[in-house]
Design a binder for this molecule. Sequence first.
Ligand SMILES: [Zn+2]
Length: 310
Amino acid sequence: MQRVLLAFLPATLMAALAAPAQAQAPAQSPAAPAAAPAQPQRPPFETRKVDGADGVYIFRNGNHQAMFVVTSDGVIATDPIAYGRPTGGQTYVDEIKKVTDKPIKYLIYSHHHYDHIAGGKAFKDAGATVIAHKTAKERLAMLKDPNTVLPDETVDSEKTIKLGDTTLELSYLGPNHSDSTLVMRLPKEKIIFVVDTIPVGTMPGRGMIDFYPLETEAFMQKVIAMDWERLIPGHPGAPDGRLGTKKDAQDVLALYQDASAEMKELGQAGKCWDQAEKEFKLPKYAGLPGYEQGLPFVARRYCALWGRGT
Ligand SMILES: [Zn+2]
């Protein structure tokens, strides 16, 4: 649990260390870190209601989180987030039961990565129908992960789930982070749940391993054009687990575009992999939590694009 603190501290320190180098551009830096209140220690998992939205909750386990919606006719859950946590799926089901005695009707996978979707058995046992994008099912069927339940139903490009007084739209908008990501939108509440593609207030990192750079830019434009006000990310937003806004989505798109432009020069100059990855920096983003750890993953992915064409 100390990790919560540690996750923020290095970036703060990095920003402080980086400050002298940015001395010529003082307008950039001063705002945040010193004023931030001390982070209270975080319990291993927790459930919280989303303010101002009837029946919308966030279940967090470790550094992963999922949205669930309690309707008058049952519960729509997403992502079991139980990779490496054998009892995590049951913990999530138990948390839902603390909030409602309504049955869990659906479990929807955001995409096919196990860190978000392992642990679905507890939901199947509770009677839920598991839904995912069709590519997620194809990939999972090949991989046969013992901890990950195959979807019962699949989505091609669009599907609308109506349960009680709630409408949830599932949309596939092309490859982005993964080729199986569904954007989930609650039109009445103007909330979307998008996992891994749009980190909120943090630096992208390991998720770049499965990432389609050019397609992601198109995906992001489509997401930004949708009607929503708040974004629930698959990992807690920074600071304080905040939700994202359209400004966050625009900032992440800008980061991807800046990273791409920076590496394009290095890659086309024949410097990928080693030299380019050494030279690649994004000083504008040095204050983001996770910058130091995430930078090599961002560099590697764009080196592959501009240095190899992959
Ligand atoms: Zn992922």
